[in-house]
Design a protein around this ligand. Structure first.
Ligand SMILES: *[C@@H]1O[C@H](CO)[C@@H](O)[C@H](O)[C@H]1NC(C)=O
Ligand SMILES: *[C@@H]1O[C@H](CO)[C@@H](O)[C@H](O)[C@H]1NC(C)=O
Ligand SMILES: *[C@@H]1O[C@H](CO)[C@@H](O)[C@H](O)[C@H]1NC(C)=O
Length: 363
């Protein structure tokens, strides 16, 4: 995102400086932002399909390595159960996951996974290995009441729906940004899910990659750690995708607004011949050729009151990755936190698959 503070950060990154060491307090912004490298790409989803291995579709998962097919809050406490986290924030053992995207050859119908890449805006400090997710925790950018109440242990939520194939009403919260080759590093300008982003897959080649943004709700019912659809215990503030300082009476507790940026490297699939007559060749791992089914999953796992302290210090003492309230680990340490697939299979990185892993039909 191209907010002023982000530009200042980038300037420092380009100048090759160590951000945490150089940036003084009071740089003023209302979000934490940090990267998490890839734990694993596999078919697992302890939120929607607990206990199932493998689940119907492929995800990239990042965060604490206690990630498992079941994440029962009674038995798994991520800060205690994890041995490491793939996130730069060492106290964050949460899990964050989104679906993989495949290229389906218009020539012969076979599938190859679109590689993921590090977010160029954080490249100066970002993970060196493939993929990962950039995570934001935001509080209201406007208004006077900026207090947020962080999640309780066991909290989880979902945004988006893999069954959607058409535009949904309301503000855009799961979106795609088609990057030109010269935008590959910086990820394009503008606010998240603005008029440059689409709920559907871009219908033109994206030589600089596709940045998928996932924006979670910012209001909570104050009681439930989860709900049957994993959504109804939380709500968006009406009238916009990014939080203001109001919440509906049904969901009165303002929580940090979680947002992901996920980078997909479409550069080797950007031949204009794949984009003719309104067609495009990308398909989500659950068989969605439209992109409307984009979604994201969140499972809270910060240690103690670390996240609350950081949120309370935003703007004055903490912003982006710079936050004396929180401990940072090195990229090497974050990158070395990985997991092997629980149900081993070819995810289609180097081979052409005759069907999507799990067998979802494209429809
Ligand atoms: C997943 O949970 C099972 C059951 O508690 C445990 O035996 C296993 O070691 C866990 N797997 C991983 C990869 O953490
Ligand atoms: C299918 O098409 C892709 C390109 O679209 C090509 O690279 C691949 O080799 C083809 N596979 C077969 C079995 O023909
Ligand atoms: C990002 O970092 C990697 C590893 O240091 C480097 O090879 C690559 O050129 C960098 N990319 C950009 C766009 O600066």
């Amino acid at each position: 995102m191209a907010w002023t503070t982000a530009l200042k950060l980038v300037a420092l990154l380009l100048a090759g400086q160590d951000v945490a060491a150089q940036v003084p307090a009071n740089k003023g912004s209302d979000f934490l932002r940090f990267a998490c490298s890839q734990l694993v790409i596999e078919r697992a989803d302890p939120l929607v399909n607990p206990g199932m291995a493998p689940t119907p579709h492929m995800h990239q998962i990042v965060g604490g390595d206690s990630f498992n097919i079941t994440m029962d809050p009674e038995t798994i406490d991520p800060p205690k159960t994890s041995k490491c986290t793939s996130c730069k924030m060492v106290e964050d053992f949460s899990n964050y996951w989104t679906a993989s995207i495949y290229f389906q050859s218009p020539e012969n119908g076979t599938f190859k996974r679109i590689p993921q890449m590090a977010n160029g805006r954080l490249n100066g400090t970002a993970m060196e290995q493939e993929g990962g997710i950039t995570v934001y925790y935001m509080r209201p950018f406007s208004g006077t009441n900026k207090k947020t109440t962080v999640f309780k242990p066991g909290f989880r939520m979902l945004t988006g729906d893999p069954t959607y194939r058409t535009k949904q009403s309301g503000a855009l919260v799961n979106c795609h940004r088609c990057l030109a080759a010269n935008e590959r590093v910086m990820g394009g300008n503008g606010a998240p899910c603005d008029a440059n982003d689409t709920p559907y897959f871009p219908n033109k080649p994206c030589p600089g990659g596709i940045r998928v943004t996932v924006i979670f709700p910012s209001c909570w019912d104050g009681k439930s750690l989860d709900s049957p659809d994993h959504k109804s215990h939380v709500a968006y503030q009406s009238g916009g995708n990014l939080a203001g300082d109001k919440c509906p009476s049904t969901h009165p507790v303002r929580i940090p607004q979680v947002m992901y940026e996920v980078m997909y490297d479409t550069s080797q699939f950007a031949d204009p011949k794949y984009y003719k007559n309104g067609k495009q060749p990308l398909v989500y791992s659950f068989g969605d050729p439209t992109g409307y089914g984009a979604h994201g999953d969140y499972l809270f796992g910060w240690e103690g009151d670390s996240l609350q302290r950081a949120m309370d210090s935003l703007n004055t003492n903490c912003w982006s990755e710079y936050c004396p309230e929180l401990k940072l680990q090195s990229w090497e340490a974050a990158n070395s936190c990985t997991k092997s697939q629980m149900a081993k299979e070819d995810i289609g990185t180097d081979t052409w698959l005759t069907e999507l892993p799990g067998g979802a039909k494209v429809a």
